[in-house]
Design a protein around this ligand. Structure first.
Ligand code: AMP
Ligand code: MG
Length: 419
């Protein structure tokens, strides 16, 4: 027995033939580690990548106290508490064109959004509530001290961490970095991940389909999911159910990759050689996960590469990728492998469910009479990729749960934002 299996078998509740989904994910996450390589890159190159160090703000954002509205900057203490106040308009300050002149007592400064508020003025009155008469602004009572006034550093404070290491950079972070004037960022290096499809029945697209063959679609969904995660994908093509060919492919992939994702060949019905081979080349555990779809899965290490041996059925590939491979790769790329966003919503229809396994139905979240409901997207066979394409969420029926009645609340994982 290899050392990985030995370590697993020492765990109290470890049953490779019936491993709950959460347990399998925990085991995987407890083993994989963040890669050490880093690189400096232009800030835009950071999109969908992971920050490798804290970004400390070198300046306040905004840099100056400024106006949040178009209107008049005044001293609140000079406004009458009842009735109107009339103040002479001394000058105009525009965004990027500050006013540095004198501000005698009892005067108002016409000011535009983003313009610096000179020291001494503390309140902005929006222009919509004012009148202008003979160079005077007429301000109604009821203005709040400090209103419509943006403080220097109210967004980001100089000296404080604006972003923490481990942050997956989205459009907001790219903009935030630019607001600091940051030109470059330090990123974790990209992961390199190999994809291998196994099976004698697989035909590569571009070739005519022979009798009994299916087109290899898994490599395309896997490639797409890995691209979305920001990985560099090494496409190893289709490998026949042939020990020598598979051994060569796995060994080749392990040489240069952080992870290898295979599909097919790990189910009990398959020729056993794939399992034997994986076990011989590295330290690999074969699991029957208590889930539907996606029961068989191999996980382990070949050389320095983590191996994710996913089942062959196209929907099972996607479900196991999102549930196990995605969090593992996020951790490896230095990001927080936070669980997918889940929430509760009422099921439009009754759902059949056996306790003792987690089921992932392809669901459609939709609005009816102002409220949100969910229902499965038609036939749910693990080979029916259309059910994924029509879905905008997974309906996750928890391990212990039994049948669901129409109207009952169910747990849903939205696919929006699921990379
Ligand atoms: P396996 O896990 O190898 O027994 O495969 C289970 C099912 O998934 C079989 O119907 C296979 O034909 C199908 N399958 C396996 N690999 C692929 C693939 N790369 N693309 C499409 N279908 C596949
Ligand atoms: Mg197969």
């Amino acid at each position: 027995m290899n050392s990985l299996l030995q370590a697993f078998s020492c765990l109290d509740d470890y049953d490779p033939d019936s491993l709950p989904v959460d347990r399998a994910r925990e085991l995987i996450l407890s083993l994989v580690e963040t890669v050490s390589g880093r690189e400096r890159a232009f800030v835009r190159q950071g999109l969908d990548r992971v920050l490798a160090e804290d970004v400390i703000a070198t300046m306040n954002v905004p840099a100056h106290d400024n106006s949040a509205m178009d209107g008049y900057a005044v001293r609140h203490a000079e406004l009458a508490s009842a009735g109107e106040t009339r103040l002479p308009i001394i000058a105009t300050a525009l965004a990027g064109r500050p006013y540095h002149g004198p501000l005698p007592p009892g005067s108002a400064l016409r000011i535009m959004t983003g313009a610096i508020v000179p020291e001494g003025l503390d309140t902005i009155v929006v222009q919509e509530v004012t009148k202008c008469e003979d160079g005077m602004v007429v301000i109604p009572a009821g203005q709040r001290a400090g209103q419509n006034y943006r403080r220097a550093g109210e967004d980001l404070k100089a000296g404080e961490a604006a972003l923490k290491a481990g942050k997956l950079l989205r459009p907001a972070e790219i903009g935030l970095l630019a607001s600091l004037g940051q030109v470059e960022v330090t990123l974790h290096r990209r992961l390199r991940v190999a994809v291998i499809s196994t099976g004698d029945e697989l035909c590569a697209i571009g070739s005519p389909l022979a009798d009994g063959q299916v087109y290899d679609s898994n490599r395309y969904t896997l490639w797409s999911m890995l691209q979305r995660l920001g990985c560099e994908v090494l496409d190893m093509g289709v490998v026949q159910d042939d020990p020598a060919a598979l051994e060569a492919a796995l060994a080749e992939a392990a040489k240069s990759c952080d992870a290898i994702v295979t599909s097919g060949g790990v189910s009990a019905g398959e020729a056993d050689f794939i399992r034997e081979l994986m076990a011989r080349l590295g330290e690999v555990a074969f699991w029957k996960i208590a889930m539907k779809p996606g029961r068989p899965m191999a996980f382990g290490k070949i050389g320095d590469a983590w191996l994710f041996g996913l089942p062959g059925n196209p929907v099972a590939v996607m479900v196991t990728f999102y549930q196990f491979v995605r969090p593992a790769l996020l951790k490896m790329m230095g990001a927080d492998p936070a669980p997918l966003t889940t929430f509760q919503v009422a099921s439009k229809v009754a759902l059949k469910k056996s306790p003792g396994r987690t089921e992932f139905l392809r669901g459609l979240l939709f609005q009816e009479q102002g409220g949100w409901l969910v229902q499965p997207t038609g036939a749910q066979g693990s080979g029916i990729l259309r059910s994924m394409s029509e879905a905008n969420c997974f309906i996750v029926l928890e391990h212990q749960r039994g049948n669901v009645a129409a109207g009952e609340m169910v747990c849903v994982q939205a696919m929006t934002g699921m990379v």
